[in-house]
Design a protein around this ligand. Structure first.
Ligand code: ATR
Length: 271
């Protein structure tokens, strides 16, 4: 039997085991997927388990998407540009880091008919996930990314020709009534908080949250109540997971998965 895991801290919120185990069961794959609470000091041990085969692959979540970079033998060129890894697989003796978050986000925009080409987009947060989102937005020829983060310095590190960094405190001046706003922070995952003042939300905005637990964060609930277009993180979560499976089991696997059934299963199980 093969063993997979998602590593992170906190990890309680993760539905990756539910998703992967559902797929393994429905496709009769002899594998099991767990969640592991991992501190930065534990990363060498996890890499050791991957090398010995005690683990066959891992997904990486908060706060290790950037931390793992130094622990890998090779990093996929896209993941290197992004600067964050959310999936690790072994090839021969080597551990490879890859990024499927950007792909998951791109697919999610496409599936939900959200067009960002030539538009200005507001991105909240400048961590590992934000880097993947920014990369995905750049692939779709976005015009401008206004990047708001609690720690301004971290946003400044991502500054370039189209990425303009600001403090989250400046949101009042920067958010418009028709903005496309993407939350990549963890605010709203374990609390009723919203990363920006609810008074800044408007019915003509598009509000995207990469959080999927809960399916409706405070930002999305308020957005829905005023008639804004909203999108939660569930489609992105599913697409990144299917792309991770392709790295572990081969490209055919995602074609065998019934996306709608899987999504319904997750929707029924995520509170
Ligand atoms: P991930 O890999 O999921 O992106 P991360 O790299 O730890 O996780 O990034 C978390 C993001 O959420 C960061 O932008 C963080 O802001 P800081 O750079 O200032 O730390 C943001 N974040 C987390 N908790 C926050 C809070 N309570 N208020 C504001 N921003 C928060």
């Amino acid at each position: 039997m093969k063993h997979f895991a998602v590593i992170g801290n906190p990890i309680e919120h993760s539905f990756s085991p539910n998703l992967h185990n559902y797929v393994y069961k429905s496709l009769y794959i002899d594998a099991i997927y767990e969640k592991k609470k991992v501190f930065e000091n534990d990363l060498p041990q996890i890499m050791g388990d991957l090398k010995t085969g005690a683990l066959n692959g891992v997904n990486v979540t908060i706060p290790h998407k950037e931390n793992v970079l130094d622990n890998l033998d090779e990093i996929n060129p896209r993941a290197k540009i992004i600067g964050a890894v959310n999936v690790i697989h072994k090839n021969g003796d080597k551990l490879f880091g890859n990024n499927t978050d950007w792909f998951g986000f791109s697919m999610s925009l496409k599936k939900n008919g959200i067009e960002v080409k030539n538009k200005e987009v507001i991105v909240l947060g400048a961590g590992g996930t934000s880097k993947s989102i920014i990369y995905a937005l750049m692939q779709t020829d976005v015009k401008k990314i206004v990047l708001l983060n609690r720690t301004l310095q971290k946003a400044k590190e991502l500054q370039d020709d189209i990425v303009f960094p600001f403090s989250l405190d400046d949101s009042v001046q920067l958010i418009k009534n028709d903005s496309i706003i993407i939350n990549t922070t963890s605010i709203g995952m374990q609390s009723e908080q919203c990363p920006i003042d609810l008074g800044l939300l408007h019915k003509n905005q598009t509000l995207i949250d990469i959080i999927y637990t809960p399916l409706e964060t405070t930002m999305l609930r308020f957005g829905n109540s005023i008639g804004a277009k909203t999108l939660n993180g569930l489609d992105m979560f599913i697409y990144q997971a299917l792309a991770s499976m392709e790295l572990w089991f081969g490209e055919d696997i995602s074609k065998q998965v019934n996306f709608t059934q899987l999504k319904t299963y997750l929707e029924n199980n995520i509170c």
